[in-house]
Design a protein around this ligand. Structure first.
Ligand SMILES: C[S@@+](CC[C@H](N)C(=O)[O-])C[C@H]1O[C@@H](n2cnc3c(N)ncnc32)[C@H](O)[C@@H]1O
Length: 254
């Protein structure tokens, strides 16, 4: 049985770099990432469709989806190491091999690591609303993020968002409308969508949950996706978590 001590970042802050551990990709903060596109099939060992959840929190929602849908490869992207580690633990303890974790910033992951036109579905459940006006600049759903997202979602794919925050919902609609190539889909039945930790929290307090769904319009002619399909140049290593050179994590990495 894995414990949380089995996953730690094996270098000091000064030596930090992106690294794969088992089912876990760590993207350090304050780091200049090189473009190193993943090959999902290499990562999962199969060609199943990939669904991405960005801002996964403790992984309650994605863990349940991955268990229910073994025919899909699920990837959770979470900024905080402690929360990403919970998802990682879940994938081993509940034996969910079709669940992998990215610990890093969602936008940077889309721009540098996710292969273009490779993801069938993206879910963003209860992204932080940053309710104070002076903090609103931190919201993840903004034009540059949606442009990066558009490059990653394949034709026929979908993006689904959930929030309880009305101003943020309205901003999401506005930001999507400013990016060419997104079309809003009106979906009304969310009964089988599943509940994340925050969905349960807000529903328990009687709050209304708003869901938004978008699909990418067909990618424009002249966009040559093949150029991205070359094998990735991984500069990062792939040792096991107890391999040589591993030591206790530097707390500053959190
Ligand atoms: C309000 S919680 C929602 C968690 C989960 N989706 C749920 O519904 O229970 C938002 C989560 O997004 C993460 N987060 C915030 N900004 C992020 C970013 N730019 N990239 C990835 N994760 C992010 C936070 O660390 C936090 O765990």
């Amino acid at each position: 049985m894995k414990t949380k001590e089995d996953l730690f970042i094996p270098f000091s802050w000064e030596e930090r770099r992106p690294i794969f551990l088992e089912r876990f990709f760590y993207m350090p903060k304050n780091y200049e990432y090189q473009e190193q596109r993943f090959q999902w099939a290499e990562l999962f060992g199969n060609e199943k469709p990939v669904h991405l959840e960005i801002c996964s929190g403790n992984g309650q929602w994605i863990g349940e989806r991955a268990l229910q849908q073994p025919e899909v490869n699920w990837v959770g992207v979470e900024l905080r190491f402690d929360r990403a580690r919970k998802i990682w633990l879940k994938s081993f303890r509940e034996n969910i091999p079709n669940l992998q974790v990215i610990c890093g910033e969602g936008g940077a992951f889309l721009r540098c690591y996710a292969p273009p036109a490779s993801v069938s579905q993206v879910f963003i459940n209860f992204p932080d609303p940053w309710p104070k006006p002076r903090h609103a600049k931190h919201r993840i759903i903004q034009v540059p993020f949606l442009e990066a997202l558009h490059a990653v979602v394949r034709s026929g794919g979908r993006v689904t968002l959930a929030t309880d925050d009305v101003p943020y919902r309205d901003q999401m609609i506005s930001e999507f409308s400013q990016v060419k190539g997104w079309k809003r889909i009106e979906e009304t039945d969310w009964s089988s969508y599943g509940d994340s930790y925050f969905a349960n929290l807000w529903k328990g307090k009687g709050r209304t949950i708003y869901y938004l769904q978008y699909e990418p319009l067909p990618k424009g002619r002249g966009m040559i996706w093949e150029e991205f399909r070359t094998p990735p140049k991984f500069g990062c290593e792939l040792p096991g978590p107890k391999g040589p050179g591993f030591r206790r994590p530097d707390e500053r990495l959190d």
